[in-house]
Design a protein around this ligand. Structure first.
Ligand SMILES: C[S@@+](CC[C@H](N)C(=O)[O-])C[C@H]1O[C@@H](n2cnc3c(N)ncnc32)[C@H](O)[C@@H]1O
Length: 391
């Protein structure tokens, strides 16, 4: 059997063994660890086959797994591939052709809702076709340059002859495979942060300084490893920072990251915000960042297995959890204080419907809400809303 058929068989077995219970990247890692015979080139080719397969979502249901693996490789790539060259040379010859022409050639139809099956749930303002088909491509890697570090970062990237582009003044766009941790001082000079996630920071520019303390107290209530906290510190300057998360393990990552970022004085604690009533004894905050757990549906370009494994019913579960977290967090918001609600979801139940609920039920006033479209530029799509508690 040629090694190309062996790649197809391995990809088929790995996909058959995947249940959707963990991210596909973890499953893949375990499969490769259990099969030492795969070298790095083999792993790369098998991963590419699997990911392209998932990028098609529920499209081409009439195809066998083998056929869909090859179709994925053809439809999701624009440059020649060794495996296609050997197994489907007629496809490899036209690999640079547009997606629609490739489909015509295959006499097949792939539409937005076969790629992304939850189009009826989308937030207002999303172009359904453009968004759905964006999943066929892997998103880019983005860096946010920290204040005062631009010259250093650009110098290091140029010295390493890495190909990159600037997006605006402080965002660097790189190919996803770039080993950035080997090139720059991550977290000190720049942080890995998706472009839309960086744009969330723009909402903080709507805070009115006269309503804040000179050193505002900020609570990042779903902090994870602290990406939004580092950004808040970079934008707002001197803040009195508190970080909490339900997962102790992620706060350990945060501490390491903050040390690298030079952030020293902060309070951190494991807090489950779904517990009612909330038992922590914090003084009310000037600003709460609530980057809530969500479906992650704006980031499925990075985890395309979700296109076939996500369960529609989870949207309601996430929405209910988000409301509970917000309800509890807002008990610790000062009158006149700000609440920044963030998701990396494209679903209206997690986005604008929850913001409406925050206004109707928790009586917050909406200052600005924004769908942060990333699918046009190989970035994630996110949603953010800045609200204020009445005085
Ligand atoms: C979207 S992530 C936050 C990302 C982070 N803000 C950043 O920029 O890197 C959501 C976080 O909410 C946390 N979370 C989930 N359920 C929670 C709960 N009941 N109470 C508090 N945090 C929770 C998760 O552990 C996760 O780290």
């Amino acid at each position: 059997m040629s090694r190309y058929y062996s790649y197809i068989n391995s990809a088929k077995e790995i996909i058959a063994a995947y249940s959707g219970a963990e991210p596909f990247a973890s499953h893949l890692k375990k499969q490769f660890a259990a099969n030492k015979k795969f070298g790095s080139k083999d792993r790369k080719q098998i991963s590419q086959l699997c990911y392209c397969y998932f990028r098609l979502g529920n499209s081409l249901p009439e195809f066998t797994v083998e056929e869909k693996l090859l179709a994925g490789l053809f439809l999701c790539n624009r440059s020649s591939n060794d495996l296609l060259k050997h197994l489907k040379p007629e496809w490899n010859d036209v690999i640079e052709t547009a997606f629609e022409s490739k489909l015509q050639m295959m006499k097949r139809d792939v539409n937005a809702s076969t790629v992304f099956p939850f189009t009826g749930e989308l937030s207002a303002g999303i172009d359904v076709d453009e968004f759905a088909f964006s999943h066929l491509q892997q998103p880019d890697l983005f860096l946010r340059i920290r204040p005062g570090r631009k010259e250093t970062v650009l110098h290091q990237l140029k010295a390493a002859a890495v190909s990159f582009q600037m997006q605006g003044d402080t965002t660097i766009v790189l190919l996803n495979a770039t080993k950035i941790e080997e090139l720059i001082m991550l977290n000190k000079d720049a942080v890995v942060q998706d472009y839309s996630s960086q744009r969330v920071g723009e909402l903080l520019l709507n805070l009115k300084p006269q309503t804040l303390n000179p050193k505002p107290s900020v609570w990042d209530c779903c902090a994870a490893s602290g990406g939004k906290s580092i950004m808040a510190k970079d934008i707002l300057g001197d803040i009195d920072l508190t970080v909490t998360d339900v997962r102790e393990s992620i706060l350990i990552n945060l501490k390491k990251r903050f040390a690298e970022a030079g952030i020293k004085n902060y309070n951190s604690k494991v807090v489950d915000l779904s517990n009612s009533p909330l038992t922590i004894h914090y003084s009310p905050f000037d600003l709460i960042l609530a980057d809530v757990p969500c479906s992650g549906s704006g980031t499925w370009g990075r985890t395309p297995e979700q296109l076939s494994f996500f369960n529609n019913g989870s949207i309601e579960t996430y929405s209910a959890l988000q409301r509970k977290i917000c309800f509890n967090a807002i008990t610790k918001l000062k009158p006149g204080g700000y609440f920044l609600y963030i998701t990396c979801s494209v679903f209206k139940k997690e986005n604008e419907e929850n913001v409406q609920w925050l206004q109707n039920e928790l009586k917050l006033q909406l200052i600005k809400q924004e769908l942060l479209i990333g699918y046009t530029i190989k970035a994630d799509t996110m949603f953010a809303a800045l609200l204020q508690k009445p005085e």
